[in-house]
Design a binder for this molecule. Structure first.
Ligand code: FNR
Length: 188
């Protein structure tokens, strides 16, 4: 059976290295996983004033998560934390109260930066948020990717054998994690 993975790219940049990483992950993923991007760039800033009447763009966000068997976050680090656009999307999806879209959903976190830390601090912050949202996170392996144009082609080709193997293993582990979670927490 196949599983639908809704993925978030935490960057709105037209030249995002995290979008390139997402392409690499999709290339290297096992055949049981199918991918659909869940866009965040058109959401207004969340306010509880919307709770009584979500705008269509926010309803579409919640529907996209509901239609996914799992979610994958591919995100940059902004000032040692989560980019605002991504946090805004998570806030929208977590509400209205009692209708948290992330409850029990299988999830994984990964990210790329130019620097050596490889988004580790942002990922730690994101994990805290997803814990509160009660997502079932894959906790191992972790993946802190230092991006370079020598290692990644524009369409997500990976030119470094060791990195390619690492990313393939990461996605295989994610598939196994999804299947373990769905065994006890099926998504209808
Ligand atoms: C950054 N960058 C960055 N990098 C990092 O490793 N730790 C950080 O805290 C930050 N902070 C930060 C803040 C802001 C506002 C910007 C615009 C950038 C650099 C960042 O890693 C780099 O711009 C990446 O290219 C961002 O990923 P995308 O957008 O290319 O996917």
């Amino acid at each position: 059976t196949t599983h639908t993975v809704g993925y978030f790219v935490g960057s709105l940049s037209s030249t995002s290295i995290n979008r390139t990483l997402s392409k690499a992950l999709i290339r290297l993923a096992p055949p049981e996983l199918e991918f659909r991007e869940i866009p965040t760039g058109d959401l207004p800033l969340y306010s509880p004033d919307f709770d009584a009447d979500y705008p269509p763009v926010a309803t579409a966000l919640k529907d996209a998560i509901a239609d996914s068997d799992a979610v994958l976050f591919v995100t940059p680090e902004y000032n040692r934390s989560i980019p605002g656009a991504l946090k805004n999307a998570i806030d929208w999806a977590s509400r209205p109260w009692g209708e948290n879209s992330f409850d029990h959903i299988p999830a994984a976190v990964i990210g790329a930066s130019i620097g050596q830390i490889g988004t580790a601090v942002a990922q730690q912050s994101l994990r805290g948020v997803l814990s509160f949202c009660n997502a079932r996170q894959m906790t191992s392996p972790e993946a802190y990717i230092t991006f370079s144009e020598e290692k990644f082609g524009a369409d997500g080709e990976v030119h470094d054998e060791g990195l390619e193997g690492f990313l393939r293993d990461y996605m295989t582990e994610f598939r196994d994690h999804i299947e373990r979670v769905l065994t006890v927490l099926p998504r209808d």
